[in-house]
Design a protein around this ligand. Structure first.
Ligand code: NAP
Length: 486
């Protein structure tokens, strides 16, 4: 991999400001999903390395939380600037290990950095309250203090942004941090550690432990009484296990789990805008995002016109490796992901779905690519409507009635993102309020930014990332009662 700044390509663990091998000296391989080529080997951290990182975060905590909010804000601002200064290199690292097209990878770097910028600003707005007392000899005050040592576990689909949007509010609040990136994509996290050091984040405040035994690292984090909080982004199944593990030490948790996003197009929608919105919400990162549209509901009056427009938009998509310019869709993360998408499609077709369109792919460097695919006549009981597809597949159902569409959209355990298109203002409010989701895109397919609260309800988890609410997840409320004032 060629970078302007080769020091960003690190392969060791970053603990207490030191780059070091795993305690076992073991390493594991990182491969490029576009051609299955070996990129490099990375230190294979495990339980002991995690405990060392937690110890360093604990000893760095008193000095970091004693800094003024302004001092922390200046350091975080510098981290943000360094991310943007190194945007091209960070994007190259990201797309090489993860597969997303280079332009999309650059977008993710700017998106991740925007959380660091936002929370550098929010650090100065940690405020308490004075409460009217029940008697005149008392004064009641509320202050907010950092939660303490925070650990994070993040997925491969946004190797930069999922980490940045946890580390930034944690550090802004005065917490110290131990990150465990996904084992497919640790290089982006290690590159962030290089820039953290350069930005002046003190040793022990931000640590990275990567490793192939995620269960061992997770267990060390959840068992440790020194860890005050676990912030997790990933699948609902793993999130549930980690929640149970955190119960033994009653840790605070934030859980950003899987989604099953509905996308409803009403007869009164602007059809072109709805197709553009669906293309954005479905095909980003080859369909591998938690807010990707999973189930499409189209009202009967515009159904044929919508399917026709959607098919021609899908025909324009270009699939290929990240390095090729003008590519819209890269490979899926690995072969298992391709097999899972194929199984969902085969099972849907066996149960009556119709393969309305599937692109033909040329020979690629690996067999991890999947063609854009359109399924119609899909039914709610099919696995493709219940599981996250995590691939470039659109699964469409037809509906007649608004109430039925909303009920069908809500008929899932997930509650992360939902989308709908209408030009009727009353329907906008009615449906917006009725959808049981943490995020609702109305006439919009791209909903995530640092200013807005990102997070789910139901089994998509809890906690909010970004926005003025995002700092609260990393702050404790303390009530001070001052008596004897009579
Ligand atoms: P995953 O299997 O749950 O993995 C996520 C992270 O958890 C990885 O770092 C993984 O490490 C780690 N992990 C796996 N098993 C573990 C265990 N037993 N103990 C501790 N850590 C463990 O999810 P994924 O397939 O990588 O990511 C896709 C999922 O993330 C989808 O469900 C998607 O919807 C969800 N997601 C949610 C959001 C959100 O904000 N709500 C955002 C992005 C993605 P290894 O990689 O080393 O196994």
């Amino acid at each position: 991999m060629q970078l302007k700044n080769m020091s960003l390509l690190q392969t060791q663990l970053y603990i207490n400001g030191q780059w070091q091998d795993a305690a076992t000296s073991r390493q594991f391989a990182i491969n490029n999903p576009a051609d299955n080529r070996h990129i490099t080997d990375v230190a294979d951290g495990a339980g002991d390395d995690t405990l060392a990182a937690i110890a360093s975060a604990k000893s760095a905590l008193p000095a970091w939380k004693s800094k003024t909010a302004n001092e922390r804000a200046i350091i975080l601002r510098r981290w943000y600037e360094l991310m943007m200064d190194n945007q091209d290199d960070l994007a190259t690292i990201l797309s090489t290990e993860q597969g997303k097209p280079l332009a999309e990878a650059k977008g993710e770097i700017a998106y991740g950095a925007s959380y660091v910028q936002w929370f550098a600003e929010e650090a100065r707005r940690i405020e308490g309250d004075i409460i009217a007392p029940p008697s005149n000899d008392k004064r009641l005050m509320v202050i907010k203090q950092p939660v303490g040592v925070v650990t994070s576990i993040t997925p491969w689909n946004f190797p930069n942004a999922m980490l940045a949007r946890k580390a930034a509010p944690a550090l802004a609040a005065g917490c110290t941090f131990v990150a465990k990136p996904a084992s497919e994509t640790p290089l982006s996290a290690l590159a962030l550690a290089v820039l953290a050091e350069e930005a002046g984040i003190p040793a022990g405040v931000f640590n990275v432990v990567c490793g192939s035994d995620s269960a061992a690292i997770g267990q060390a984090m959840t068992d440790s009484p020194s860890v005050n909080k676990l912030s997790f982004t990933g699948s609902t199944a793993v999130g549930k296990n980690l929640l149970a593990q955190c119960a033994t030490t009653v840790k605070k948790t934030s859980m950003e789990l899987g989604g099953n996003a509905p996308f409803i197009v009403f007869d009164d929608a602007d059809i072109e805008a709805a197709i553009a919105g669906l293309m954005n919400s479905k095909f980003r990162n080859a369909g591998q995002t938690c807010v990707c549209t999973n189930r499409v509901y189209v009202q009967s009056g515009i159904y044929d016109q919508f399917i026709e427009g959607l098919t021609s938009a899908m025909k324009a998509l270009k699939v290929g490796p990240a390095t090729e310019s003008s590519v819209d869709i890269g490979p899926l993360i690995h072969r298992k992901a391709v097999d899972k998408v194929q199984e969902l499609i085969d099972s849907a077709i066996a149960n009556g779905a119709v393969l309305s369109y599937q692109a033909k792919l040329e020979e690629m460097g690996s067999n991890n690519f999947y063609p854009p695919t359109l399924l119609t006549n899909v039914g709610p009981e099919m696995a493709i409507c219940q599981d996250e597809i995590f691939g470039p597949v659109v699964a469409v159902q037809r509906f007649n009635d608004e109430e039925d569409a909303v009920a069908a959209a809500n008929n899932t355990e997930a509650g992360l993102a939902a989308y709908f298109y209408t030009q009727d203002i009353a329907r906008t409010w009615r449906v917006g309020e009725a959808l049981e989701y943490g995020i609702v895109g109305i006439n919009e397919g791209l909903i995530s930014n640092a200013m807005a609260p990102f997070g789910g309800v139901k089994q998509s988890g809890f906690g909010r990332e970004g926005s003025k609410y995002g700092l609260d997840d990393y702050l404790e409320i303390k009530y001070l009662c001052l008596g004897g004032l009579a």
